[in-house]
Write a protein of this length. Sequence first.
Length: 208
Amino acid sequence: MTATANDDPGIPPVLFADLDRLDPRDVCRRARCRYDPQRCCYEIWAWSVGCSVFPAAGVIDYRAAPHNMPHAYFGLFVLHYLLHAAAVEPMGEWISVKDLPGGQTFFRGPHAVPTDAVTDRFANDRQGFESRCRLLEGRVLAMADSAYCFSITDRIPAAVLYWQGDADFAPQAGLLFDKTVGAHLALDIVYALAVDICDRLGRPLMVA
């Protein structure tokens, strides 16, 4: 299935213009993507979704299965990643978004990570959570009651954690990123990516 984001009101046109001015060789080196000079577009594989980004046309074309269609914020993440990704490898150390500089202040109120989308969807259905994570190509982690790692891009892994509830505590979910995420993304774009992750895990399953 293909979805096209064209003149998306959530993506400022200046981002496409800024990307169009960059040297594709530098972008590809930093973001580990490829540039197609015939089509004048960047090709990037992001969370098992093929993305073609056409800077001059202001278009992002997604090739995604119905169960893995991106949230509206995902295009914002993709553009910022192409613009600002650093040639930095993941450290293999997980942190909360609140561990990022300024995160304690930023990730609250309207910018709180919406992990309730996950717990609202699965409640105490651990098997359902694990099935959805496997469908989205998650890899098992030995954390919490259940946890999975997702390669959002080669440079940005994310982990979703799940704890079952009991008589005293409601089920909980958590989201972690590699410690290097701040080298690639500003806080508001980390939030946009977090919303996408929680939405894909928590939305009702769509089938073709």
